[in-house]
Design a protein around this ligand. Structure first.
Ligand SMILES: [Zn+2]
Length: 99
């Protein structure tokens, strides 16, 4: 028994030719990956030093993400100077408890 006997359809030559064609198609096509930062589909290119990121920007953003997250959890930054200016605004109505 040979491989040829196991194949019910097509000639052995046709099937081998098709298999070779598919193999060529896979190997020649780019291996696509998704950029972890911007979710853009990009070819996995070994010449890209930022892979699997699409760009240096996305790589840096991802590396700095934990720091940004920490800052966000700490709360919204309070502008103390703005509050001080508001309290010292001379146009604000001043109430005197002695009235
Ligand atoms: Zn990206």
């Amino acid at each position: 028994m040979s491989l040829k006997d196991l194949l019910p359809e097509g000639s052995y030559e046709e099937i081998v030719a098709e298999a070779h064609a598919r193999k060529m198609e896979v190997s020649s096509g780019p291996f696509m990956v998704t950029c972890p930062t911007c979710k853009k589909r990009i070819p996995y290119d070994t010449s890209n030093p930022f892979r699997p990121f699409c760009s240096e920007r996305c790589k840096l953003l991802d590396l700095g993400a934990w720091a940004n997250e920490e800052r966000t959890i700490a709360g919204r930054p309070v502008n103390e100077d703005e509050d001080a200016d508001l309290l010292q605004d001379p146009n604000l109505p001043v109430r005197h408890s002695s009235d």
